[in-house]
Design a binder for this molecule. Structure first.
Ligand SMILES: [Zn+2]
Length: 81
């Protein structure tokens, strides 16, 4: 089953998402702020956590972008008339 076929609108968002580094889990040291891919900071040995808030949702973000795009398009249409 291919969900992309069912919802072409969602497919657009996925293509945009590919250009973002969503595959890389970059963690940030809680102590010195060093960025690392490991759970432990290579610099000071403190634990590193995901600097992004847990509530962060890429889908929400793209929903927002899409709404902004739509607004811009509507504006242009009005100007062209
Ligand atoms: Zn550190």
């Amino acid at each position: 089953m291919n969900e992309d076929e069912i919802n072409p609108d969602d497919d657009d968002a996925k293509q945009d998402n590919d250009s973002v580094e969503h595959d890389i889990k970059l963690l940030k040291c809680v102590k010195c702020g060093e960025y690392t891919l490991k759970d432990i900071c290579p610099r000071c040995g403190e634990k590193a956590i995901n600097p992004k808030p847990a509530k962060f949702s890429p889908e929400d973000r793209y929903g927002k972008y899409r709404r902004m795009m739509k607004k811009e398009l509507e504006k242009e249409e009005l100007q062209n008339v």
